[in-house]
Design a protein around this ligand. Structure first.
Ligand code: SAH
Ligand code: SF4
Length: 334
């Protein structure tokens, strides 16, 4: 497989493209960052180089595009034929968020998530992660935020994930501040510790789903290895270093995690940490026996949260109609 130019430093670009001078590599890189991937369009390159480099810099391509009012979902084909998905979510103003995948499929197998049904096909490399961002930005709007909430468990692909983030953050490249980057994890404790050690102001979101150990273990295998007590310790130590509010994603499953007792347990789990609960009514996945909670059920639960003084928000699932919403990403790979 060809390595993406997006994952290369200037020396590597020089060598890959047989360029003589570093400034030429810089020209190429500046163009790539702007989404100009066809060398013949890189007007500040010499004519000779433009004529010599008759290929497109991308290693990946869009195979499908689906649009709704506030979301665009792209299916991206990788060099080995596998397909990943990424989504651009827009708020109607100037906030455009890229939701990126970190793996093809996912090994975690959470019972409510479509990606989990695929199993893990493979990790993405840093170039494949960055190219998703580039495809999304080429749609025409400047991307302001990044969330790793697409396919895969990002902290299980730590090295390539951090390489990609480094490049997306680099002021000379994509210049996205760490504060606008969120990593969502199902609770892979060693990965949370590794992330804390880097001491970067990246935001952390955790798919809590329920604060009841037995219930969580039943639907999230990861909880059998890293139960809530360990997860909580890891979150508190992350917070001690970064002092950043943590998001607890709470996928609401009808009749499973929305009772008064569930709210009490959530309250207890949150004691000692600064966290916001992000409620996500379950997005239907064909063949799964869960159901989305009714509006009444959601209201009853949020009333409990209010009573207990828990900060929460409800995620309006943008892109539900194009299966671009949380947990609905999966690809029909060959
Ligand atoms: N693997 C990471 C990131 C991707 S999942 C993680 O689990 O955090 C992104 C979010 O979608 C998670 O919060 C997950 O709990 C949620 N999710 C998964 N399936 C869902 C579904 N069918 N409906 C609503 N949210 C879902
Ligand atoms: Fe993987 Fe996250 Fe889906 Fe669980 S919720 S299967 S960790 S993508």
């Amino acid at each position: 497989m060809r390595k993406s130019l997006y994952a290369m430093n200037l020396d590597e670009i020089m060598e890959e493209l047989n360029l003589e001078k570093k400034f030429q590599a810089r020209i190429v890189r500046d163009n790539l960052v702007k989404g100009i991937t066809d060398f013949s369009q890189m007007t500040s390159l010499s004519k000779k180089d433009r004529e010599r480099l008759r290929w497109d810099a991308m290693t990946t391509s869009i195979v499908e595009k689906q649009e709704s009012l506030s979301a665009v979902k792209l299916a991206i084909r990788l060099q080995d034929g596998l397909v990943v998905e990424c989504v651009r979510l827009s708020d109607g103003k100037d906030r455009h968020t890229a939701c990126l995948s970190s793996q093809v499929g996912c090994a975690m197998g959470c019972a409510f998530c479509k990606t989990g049904t695929m199993g893990l096909k493979r990790n993405l490399d840093s170039g494949e992660i960055i190219e998703q961002f580039v495809h999304l930005e080429k749609l025409g709007e400047k991307i302001s935020h990044i969330v790793f909430m697409g396919m895969g468990e990002p902290l299980n692909n730590f090295g390539p994930l951090m390489e990609a983030i480094h490049i997306l953050h680099d002021r000379e490249q994509f210049d996205i501040s760490y504060r606008k980057i969120t990593i969502s994890t199902s609770g892979f404790v060693p990965g949370i510790h590794k992330l804390s050690e880097l001491e970067l102001p990246i935001k952390l979101a955790v798919s809590l789903v329920t604060a009841d150990d037995a219930k969580r273990s039943r639907i999230m295998r990861i909880n059998r290895t890293y139960p809530l007590s360990e997860l909580k310790k890891a979150l508190i130590s992350f917070q001690r270093r970064e002092n950043k509010r943590i998001t607890l994603e709470y996928c609401m499953l009808k009749g499973y995690n929305t009772g008064a007792e569930d709210a009490e347990k959530l309250k207890k789990f949150m004691s000692g940490m600064d966290a916001l609960v992000n409620l996500i009514p379950w997005n239907p996945v064909e063949g799964m026996s869960f159901e989305s909670p009714s509006d009444d059920e959601i209201r009853a639960f949020t009333n409990e949260l209010k009573r207990l003084g828990i900060n929460y928000s409800i995620r309006r699932s943008k892109g539900r109609d194009i299966s671009g919403a949380c947990g609905q990403l999966a690809s029909k790979n060959e």
